[in-house]
Design a binder for this molecule. Structure first.
Ligand SMILES: Cc1ncc(COP(=O)(O)O)c(C=O)c1O
Length: 385
């Protein structure tokens, strides 16, 4: 049996590899603390669960859903965008539900890329921005995020021939893995770039609802001209503690939304209608407010503890991650291996998010405070502190 050449072009999926290592250690009796995956430990809000229970008891939700989604859900996304971002969306033509941001980002590659095309992807960045183009027989071209530019890509540094072949451009603020929030003026410059090069901008808004210190993350669609050149992928996963539910939407440019929908009608059969109705309840209630203070508290706890053991770290104003440099003499992979071996703590090696992530590791704040403290305490040993 031979897998396709296409699938063999993929690097191993980082989190699958992490899961395997954790299983191995746990089987060996190690009390592993996983700070690898960003998977909220706090339950989904009760009203959302209640809405699911009620909706799933109604036989009317049990048949094949439509890929366009129930009107109630599209309308709820429209109301949410209006309330939260002041962005007007037409529920008929500018919103389609997605089975998580991951599914949506991946399928956009199939909808927009042919062999020889380019997708411009942030480096470091969410691995699907590079794996997706490879599976579409296209080419990811990395845009280094420049710390001196507030982790913006330098659009002027994109080679003319890459810009000419580019069909998609991926952005994500607040940013995984760096924790950076939107650099000033970036969305405006991206709209100009997209117009000039006829590129579809895909803004991954997975972390707009997890911000701290009073920072409020904008939507890309608030930018003048954004809807002409782009879409936003908005997910309930992180902000509402709903990673398992697979509830998200693509919103924005109607032609792009339609292209995604047409592709999807050939791939999956949409979102369970009871989940759609639960997502309506989630959007109406808004993200649970206490999560911001929970993550801000954990962020401070981890940053203080890391500084105390000599790691120089900048507290992020968004996401659920801490991005920190590995100690001298280590690669990100060798350091994460060492920490796992010596202390049973799983970290994400920065290099797995692209070459510009090399030299860093990522900590996810999605474990209880006392486990986080214990993890950093155990890491002290691996740092020789
Ligand atoms: C930037 C980014 N986009 C998308 C996702 C996946 O989100 P979802 O659960 O909506 O598929 C993640 C998950 O970690 C992420 O970090």
């Amino acid at each position: 049996m031979k897998p396709s050449n296409r699938s063999e072009r993929l690097p191993p999926y980082l989190f699958a590899e992490l899961e395997r290592k954790v299983r191995e250690k746990r089987a060996a009796g190690v009390d592993v603390i996983s700070l690898g995956i960003g998977d909220p430990d706090t339950p989904t809000p009760a009203p959302v669960v209640d809405a699911l229970v009620a909706a799933s008891a109604d036989g009317g939700t049990h048949q094949y859903p439509s890929n366009r989604g129930r009107p109630e859900l599209r309308e709820a996304f429209a109301r949410f965008y209006d309330r939260r971002f002041g962005v007007a969306l037409d529920p008929e033509s500018e919103i389609i539900p997605a089975l998580g941001a991951k599914e949506c980002v991946f399928n956009l590659n199939l909808a927009f890329l042919d062999a020889g095309d380019v997708a411009l992807a942030a480096d470091p960045g969410y691995p699907v921005y590079t794996g997706g183009p490879l599976l579409a027989d296209a080419e990811p071209v990395l845009m280094p995020l420049v710390p001196e530019l507030g982790f913006a890509p330098d659009l002027d540094a994109i080679a003319v021939e890459d810009a000419a072949r580019a069909r998609l451009l991926y952005l994500n603020y607040p940013n995984n893995p760096t924790g950076a929030v939107l650099p000033e003026g970036l969305f405006e410059r991206v709209v100009e770039f997209a117009r000039e090069h006829d590129v579809l901008v895909v803004h991954d808004a997975s972390y707009t609802e997890t911000t701290f210190d009073g920072y409020v993350a904008p939507s890309f669609l608030e930018t003048a001209g954004a809807k002409e050149v782009g879409v936003e992928v908005f997910s309930l996963s992180k902000g509402w503690n709903m990673t398992g539910w697979r509830a998200a939407a693509i919103v924005g440019n109607a032609d792009a939304v339609t292209a995604y929908w047409r592709l999807k009608t050939n791939i999956d059969s949409g979102m369970f209608e009871a989940v759609q109705l639960a997502a309506v309840a989630a959007l109406e209630a808004g993200p649970p407010g206490e999560m911001k203070s929970i993550y801000a508290r954990r962020r401070d706890l981890v940053c203080d503890a890391l500084r105390a053991i000599g790691v120089n770290v900048t507290p992020p104003r968004g996401t659920i991650y801490i991005w920190a440099p590995v100690p001298d003499g280590h690669t990100s992979a060798s350091y994460c291996e060492l920490v796992l071996e010596e202390s049973g703590v799983v970290l994400s090696p920065g290099g797995a998010y692209g070459p510009n992530g090399e030299g860093f590791f990522r900590i996810s704040l999605t474990v209880p405070d006392e486990r986080l403290s214990e993890a950093v305490e155990r890491m002290r040993g691996s740092l020789g502190g």
